[in-house]
Design a protein around this ligand. Sequence first.
Ligand SMILES: NC(=O)c1ccc[n+]([C@@H]2O[C@H](COP(=O)([O-])OP(=O)(O)OC[C@H]3O[C@@H](n4cnc5c(N)ncnc54)[C@H](O)[C@@H]3O)[C@@H](O)[C@H]2O)c1
Length: 332
Amino acid sequence: MSDAERILVTGGAGFIGSHLVDRLLAAGARVTVLDNFSTGRDANLAGAAGHDRLSIVRGSVLDAELVDRLVADSSTTYHLAAAVGVRHIVADPLASMLTNVRGTENALASAHRHKVRMLIASTSEVYGRSDQVPFREDGERVLGPTWVHRWSYSTGKAMDEHLAFAYADMGLRVSVVRYFNSYGPRIDESGYGSVIARFAGQALRGEPLTVHGDGAQTRCFTFVSDTVHGTMLAATRDAAVGTVVNIGGQHEVSILTLAEMVRTTLNPRAEIQMVPYESYYPKGFEDTRRRVPDVTRARAVLGFEATVTFEDGLRQTLDWCRRNYAGKPVMH
Ligand SMILES: NC(=O)c1ccc[n+]([C@@H]2O[C@H](COP(=O)([O-])OP(=O)(O)OC[C@H]3O[C@@H](n4cnc5c(N)ncnc54)[C@H](O)[C@@H]3O)[C@@H](O)[C@H]2O)c1
């Protein structure tokens, strides 16, 4: 990457965005972050702050004029800004949807207007509760009813993808990535974003680790360095233009097993408590039982493979949590 490359990262103060910023700076790019710091944090950019090739703009992707100016000034825009995490969406469905749809439309329209290469961050939530596991990019999406707010995150992100493909038809060079449960240092200690963060916070405070439902639901956790690597490949490979690619590892872990691993590492005396979904989420919450990516397209189009093992990634993550969480309250 030459230092002539000017990269805009929306959501660059967030968990994945800040790791992406670090990697782009290391590769020699000029980087501008646009973030409203709603869930993003200064601490995430502490290592990058003050870098002479980094600018940080505090503002919203809902500010179309600001977005247009920043996108126009970039050669590639990575659009990661979003209201993230099913719990946030359930807590404030309207604002979340507007951010996730209108914010993306602003970024896409500007990228199209100024002929800027674009990467859109989507999610494995798009597949909903499909049982066609592993999830293939061209597989069915199975969603619950529209009055169950948790599905609006999936729907909003799917709308982003539809918008991206509509702009692609009009000539925009855009790629979409669907992330599968990214984790690593800087995971959100409020516990909204990641079940790993929630378990780590609970274990470190000596509270019970609360497993929702029967704990048999599984996820494929993807270490953030792999997430970022796949993202950069998707934003730079010509073969990825106009397509959507799963970015995830294939190692499936049940939530109960995860709780046991976190407890063993951080606090063997902590209890594991099974709690019904209704005690945490509004009535009618519907979870996805298994979420496994089909990685055929990621291999073929990007030459991408997640390389960090879950054991290694979890160790690095929990080491970081131990240094950064202890004693801090976690929201419930
Ligand atoms: N972490 C995951 O496992 C995961 C999984 C699937 C998809 N994603 C997607 O990846 C992207 C990054 O997620 P993350 O995990 O880093 O979450 P995050 O909450 O840490 O990052 C989102 C960032 O967007 C910013 N933001 C929110 N609203 C904004 C607005 N109106 N204007 C400007 N900035 C705004 C937040 O302040 C935050 O810095 C999101 O698009 C998310 O939907 C993440």
